[in-house]
Design a protein around this ligand. Structure first.
Ligand SMILES: Cc1cc2nc3c(=O)[nH]c(=O)nc-3n(C[C@H](O)[C@H](O)[C@H](O)COP(=O)(O)OP(=O)(O)OC[C@H]3O[C@@H](n4cnc5c(N)ncnc54)[C@H](O)[C@@H]3O)c2cc1C
Ligand code: SF4
Length: 331
């Protein structure tokens, strides 16, 4: 049986209290929201914080509210709340869809959107027991000095494996980030700037900082967002690949706005460039969809950081793009 190490569990009710706990205990503290990712990782000895700061009762991190211009989602809201909230369904249904496809119902009821955005990267050589990792000589991300995915590699390329960030990225979401070490100041970080290419810690925020809420600007009328996910089973499994597409169209049906973000390849969700060249100014017919799918295939190169054939995952990228764009074209 995998056991947890001893730790102290703090349950603050206010943001300043949570930030102060994180600042006081420094590297020996970690925030915990639903714990659906952190707890298994602690059981594997990947994190051994002496203090856990629970976010579920922090009032500033709760609630979903929409104004005319944007929708604000508290980071401690569960994925089920996000997937079923009437304002999310009405204004950003693509986000509700991505939240609805995370894992299975039980985990969505406790797993939060903040935890999903801050999810640790995953790798076939990392998400293993300590015994297993030790037998292999560990790796760069934890306790070792080699990468088993890229032989001779000096950077960790563990896979960003969360489902909501690609949709948040095409929607230009902004994260409210608070830092206890900096006088409880809250700053806005664009989701585009939030992730880094470092699979060891792929967030541009430090361990004493918290994502308090996510704000999503209301997309212009007519904007459509589709989300597609590849996984072995229709529930529970992490993505082998996922993507979000955003399409805006003129009254005559010509595409005026086009974005594609893919993830579960490397350490961060990536905007796929050049695909918009095939779409902008054209109607979303079969030839345009095929051109975008081909361009996406050329630009996506999954790695063997997941235990499923990277060539097959690559071959599925144009399939996911076609599914997403056909869904939009048919709507
Ligand atoms: C069997 C299984 C299947 C899964 N399948 C999927 C899947 O298909 N897709 C998917 O996306 N995920 C999946 N997950 C991962 C996880 O359940 C979800 O990503 C969930 O949203 C994580 O949220 P949480 O609140 O439980 O995060 P936690 O486990 O509490 O935290 C995750 C990380 O984020 C940090 N953190 C949490 N909240 C904040 C915050 N507000 N500010 C700063 N840091 C924070 C924590 O310190 C920790 O490092 C799966 C997990 C399991 C166990
Ligand atoms: S990508 Fe390399 S360094 Fe990163 S977790 Fe996997 S094996 Fe370790």
């Amino acid at each position: 049986m995998l056991r947890l190490h001893p730790y102290e569990y703090h349950m603050p009710r206010a943001l300043d209290e949570a930030l102060s706990l994180l600042a006081t205990h420094g590297d020996d503290a970690m925030p915990i929201a639903g714990g659906t990712d952190l707890v298994p990782n602690m059981k594997h000895g990947l994190f051994t914080p002496g203090h856990l700061v629970a976010l579920g009762r922090v009032r500033e991190m709760r609630g979903i509210a929409s104004t005319g211009d944007e929708i604000r989602i508290g980071a401690a809201e569960t994925l089920t709340s996000v997937a079923t909230h009437p304002d999310v369904l009405a204004q950003v249904p693509g986000l509700a869809r991505a939240a609805e496809l995370v894992s299975g119902p039980q985990l969505r009821r406790v797993g939060t959107i903040g935890g999903n955005v801050c999810l640790d990267t995953r790798c076939a050589y990392y998400n293993q027991t300590k015994f297993w990792r030790k037998a292999l000589g560990y790796c760069l991300k934890k306790d070792g000095d080699v990468c088993h995915v890229v032989k001779g590699g000096t950077r960790c390329v563990a896979a960003h494996s969360a489902d909501t960030p690609p949709v948040l990225a095409v929607l230009d979401a902004v994260l409210e980030v608070a830092d206890g070490a900096d006088g409880d100041r809250t700053r806005d970080v664009s989701i585009r700037q939030f992730f880094t290419s470092d699979g060891i810690w792929n967030r541009s925020i430090g361990s004493s900082e918290l994502v308090v809420a996510i704000r999503i600007p209301r997309p212009p009328p007519g904007t459509q967002v589709a989300f597609q996910k590849l996984r072995p089973r229709a529930a529970i499994d992490f993505p082998l690949a996922n993507l979000a597409v955003r399409v805006g169209r003129e009254d005559d049906g010509r595409v005026s706005d086009f974005r594609l973000v893919v993830s579960a390849m490397g350490a961060y969700p990536r905007h796929v460039g050049k695909v918009e060249d095939a779409a902008l100014g054209n109607r979303l017919g079969p030839s345009v969809i095929e051109a975008v799918a081909e361009q996406a295939f050329r630009q996506c190169h999954p790695l063997s950081n997941i235990t499923v054939d990277p060539e097959w995952r690559r071959a599925m990228i144009p399939v996911l793009v076609r599914r997403a764009l056909n869904e939009i074209a048919a709507a």
